[in-house]
Design a protein. Sequence first.
Length: 443
Amino acid sequence: RAAAKMRRRVMVVVVGDLGLSPRMQYHCLSLAKTNRNVDFVGFQGTACWDQVQCHPLITVHGLAPVVPPAVLGKGSLSKLYKALCQFWVLLMLMLFGIPTPDELLVQTPPAIPVLLVAHLVAWWRGSRLIIDWHNYGYSILALDRPGSILVSVYWLFEKVFGRGASANLCVSEAMRVDLRRNWGIRAHVLYDRPAALYRPAKLDEVHSLMNRHSFGSLVAPSVSESVELARPSDDNCFTRTQNGLVELKPNRPLLLVSSTSWTADEDFGILLDALVMLEKRIKLSGGHFSEVRLVVTGKGPLRAFYEKKILALNFSHVSFFTAFLPFEDYATLLGSADLGICLHCSSSGVDLPMKVVDMFGCSLPVAAVEFSALPELVKHNTNSFIFRTSEELSELLFSNFSNHPKPNQVLESFRKQLTSGRARGWEESWSEKVLPLLRPSRA
């Protein structure tokens, strides 16, 4: 008991689905490894990782999501109601429901209402406030409401309440420069790093995954929600067993993976247009091209909209699977794929997509939509591809996979580059950048 009382305590806060906040879960695990008590505060939805839920030093405080009354519609009144309710429930929990923390570590965006709540709680309880900047909330709002006065209000809120923290973290060098230049905020760059689970998959892991999920089935519909089969199959279209050993099939499909939040800052239409062009190229070339299977993972508001568009396109060479996989299966899928596709356009131009970090951890090359900060992570024609248009994506798919599954020298060089660059992990970066910002552990 005496040792427990001596431990430092950190409150980690995210105004969003706790289980869909990988960077903040990494923070929780790293803090717990330094023998600190961790209170992870946010809203219920997707389950947190088992390592977080079962850790004896981490307490997950999942609040019920705020659902505005239907009578308020989906406009400004609804958003105001939601922000006020979130303000109240967060304030009550963080002031009276959790022991006093030494530090508050808060994710933004969304900045409203959490930055105001965090400043009030830090002032009242004598805690140090650390803000982890993932992007700018005003830039995300501007995608839906370009030119709106609400965007200017949000910008001012972020500027005012983004200042005054004891320390700041951010996800890219471009964001560090931007925060300093525009708002006078000094931040430390903490790049996202892949967890140890993200690595190239072993053949027996690929075999098990494909036997258990419908995207590995021998016959695939053109569009389907991928499901885990009630009874695992003995055969799939990617792998086979020969004399008790697993090997890749010589006629296996091309496996593409895209992880998306199905939101406005990811233009899924670019990929659909590129695949339409790819189909035309395949037909003009005589149809000598592998079957293409595209697995799209994630949850989000625009998923149903794009699923309808996919159905209407009636592809003949491409099969689509939408899925939301367990953490371990998702990592194996990335480690099994031939190419990752990132459609993150960046509302601000200065954030970096964590999905690419996970893909790189699996030595999986990507094709990513260009934006200003992206070269900090993706080096065109060195470790992956960067494209600007549907035409460019279609061209790189056709030119690099026309002989699939035969080895491709360009892609193999990318994989070697990614494997050699993986040495520095999250824990090493975190210990260097974040640990010095915390109060020293008590003796």
